[in-house]
Design a protein around this ligand. Sequence first.
Ligand SMILES: [Zn+2]
Length: 86
Amino acid sequence: MDKCKARVQSRNIWDDFHPRTCSRKAVKDGFCLIHHPEEETKREKLRGERYKASNPYYRAMDRIGELEREVEELKSKIISYEIRSC
Ligand SMILES: [Zn+2]
C-alpha cells in the first residue's frame, strides 16, 4: 500500500528543517483522507466560515450588506409612493 505523499510539518522544533511526509496510507489519488486536496479545500472553507462567523469585523460587514440591501428596498418603495402621490 502506498503512503500519502503530503508533506507534514513536525511539531518538534528540532525537526523543522526536515519536513516529513505523511505516514498515513494513501487511499485516494496518492493522498490519505486527511491530506487529499478535496478534503483540504473542504476543511479550509469550513474554517473560513467559522472564522467569519466568530469575527466581529466580518459579522459587521455582513450586517452592513444586509442593511444596504434593506435601504435599497426601502428607497425603491419610497420612489413608488412618491410617484403615486404626485
Ligand atoms: Zn496524509
